[in-house]
Design a protein around this ligand. Structure first.
Ligand code: PFF
Length: 461
């Protein structure tokens, strides 16, 4: 018998765990910082509503109806067609994302260790003994670059991270994924609320809030809109089948619309809390929060070094980021595992071992490509950046479009209606608007994101 989540809350915690991750706490704040603050935020909220939620319902619906792995779900719902390949390619995309995502997750482990051993303070103090005029941010930038470009330490941390994932998945759906999500998600929320309250009490916090909540539409370009849509996909985990897998573990009484709404609301809430934590802290210490991807590894440690109680807050913060990364990587690894288990026919244990090994190889190459293998380039990018680019700009939009078209045009309308209304138990007022959104609106917008992503729409638009 195939496993299912034991409770509705467990299902929501697991799906929210997949959605809430580095995308919320690392990517959302720096994307907001780079794209002009509140105006980006408003567009992002729009993208969650009109793209993210319909796509999330579509993925959960495919999984919950088929109760199979990603590739198997397409084959079960539309046998003897090529749609099966959408699922198979999604599994490959999960491998690639997990490869570089676990490198960053490994960094979060290293930074948790540094916070625990008070390394930020110590490193700044010892460097300033030699060069008194050196600023904390310069010293921490050098520390970060030296670490990320080194060979063994990042690979070891990432390997540990993959091993933790494999260990949790060995527990199975209820005792592994569901239990871990039920424990980790409330902890994550508590940590973030504590950090957020601390940030709000810092002097000058209101400047940071203004940046996040006062929109300046003169900064909005086509680029801002597309970046916001891309961020919504990444953050909500749509476009590559992880939610199909979690949908496949949902019982037949789970309400898909409500589940998608709850997960989307939690995901957005956490991203907002992360913004409310990070921007006031940066402004309070006179550090501009537009640093890009290094925001949480350089900018924030600089803030923690200057902040009273910085040791404690830094530790809380990096534990938080690590937990968030963990619940997301679990869903990515599970997408691989179920493929090898159900479609290829390996036992679950072997599937976990094989998936971890494949992920590990991608992760080693990704990590080394930031250092000694930086010279090997694909389309001008090192392997790490190339993986990030092809997944978020090419495969996730294409996967999302395929899933949208599949549910909108290919699935029998009665199947969609039955899944949404739980066979007429609930109202299905939004079935028709949903189907039309999935038929036309979502694919059209996704197509634009795709063109922009691969550079076919000029930057000026
Ligand atoms: N949603 C995750 C985050 O915000 O970090 C990242 C992610 C997980 C993307 C799972 C895609 C996915 F299938």
């Amino acid at each position: 018998m195939r496993s299912t989540f034991s409770t509705r809350m467990g299902a929501i915690a697991a799906a929210a765990g997949s959605a809430i991750g580095l995308g919320n706490i690392w990517r959302f704040p720096y994307m907001t910082g780079e794209n002009g603050g509140a105006a980006f935020l408003l567009i992002y909220l729009g993208a969650v509503l009109v793209l993210g939620i319909p796509l999330m319902i579509a993925e959960l619906l495919i999984g919950r109806t088929a109760h199979a792995d990603v590739a198997g779900s397409f084959r079960k719902l539309l046998p003897d067609t090529k749609w099966y390949w959408v699922g198979a390619v999604s599994v490959f995309v999960a491998v690639v994302i997990l490869g570089f995502y676990s490198v960053i997750s490994g960094w979060t482990l290293e930074y948790t260790w540094r916070a625990l051993t008070n390394d930020f303070q110590a490193s700044v103090a010892s460097a300033q003994l030699v060069t008194p005029e050196a600023q904390a941010s310069q010293i921490l930038t050098m520390d970060f670059n030296a670490f990320a470009q080194s060979q063994l330490p990042p690979v070891l941390w990432a390997s540990l991270f993959i091993a933790i994932n494999a260990f949790i998945l060995l527990g199975g759906v209820q005792k592994g994924i569901e239990r871990a999500s039920n424990i980790l998600m409330p902890i994550l929320l508590l940590l973030l609320v504590a950090l957020c309250v601390n940030s709000l009490t810092l002097p000058g916090a209101s400047e940071g809030l203004k940046f996040l909540f006062e929109p300046d539409f003169s900064k909005v370009t086509g680029q801002t809109v597309l970046a916001a849509c891309g961020q919504a996909f990444f953050s909500m985990s749509v476009g590559m089948g992880c939610l199909i897998i979690y949908g496949s573990y949902m019982g037949d009484s789970t309400k898909l619309g409500k589940t998608a709404l709850s997960v989307a609301a939690l995901d957005t809430f956490i991203a907002l809390l992360a913004g409310i934590t990070i921007f006031p802290a940066c402004y309070s210490y006179g550090i501009t929060p537009n640093a890009g991807p290094s925001l949480i590894f350089i900018t924030l440690p600089s803030v923690f070094v200057a902040m009273p109680g910085g040791y404690f807050w830094a530790l809380l913060f990096f534990v938080l980021v690590t937990l968030a990364a963990l619940t997301s990587t679990m869903s990515l690894l599970e997408a691989e595992v179920t493929f090898f288990n159900e479609t290829v026919g390996l036992s679950r244990r072997r599937a976990i071992l094989l998936s971890s090994l494949i992920t590990w190889v991608f992760c080693i190459v990704s990590s080394l490509s930031l250092g000694i293998w930086d010279g090997y380039r694909i389309a001008g990018l090192n392997f790490f950046d190339f993986c990030d680019f092809v997944t978020s700009s090419v495969f996730m939009p294409l996967g999302a479009a395929a899933i949208s078209l599949f549910v909108g045009w290919k699935l029998d309308r009665q199947i969609v209606r039955d899944a949404i209304t739980n066979c007429n138990e609930d109202s299905g007022w939004y079935v028709l608007p949903l189907i039309w959104a999935l038929r036309i609106f979502c694919p059209a917008i996704i197509f634009l994101i795709f063109l922009k992503g691969i550079g076919l729409i000029p930057d000026a638009i």
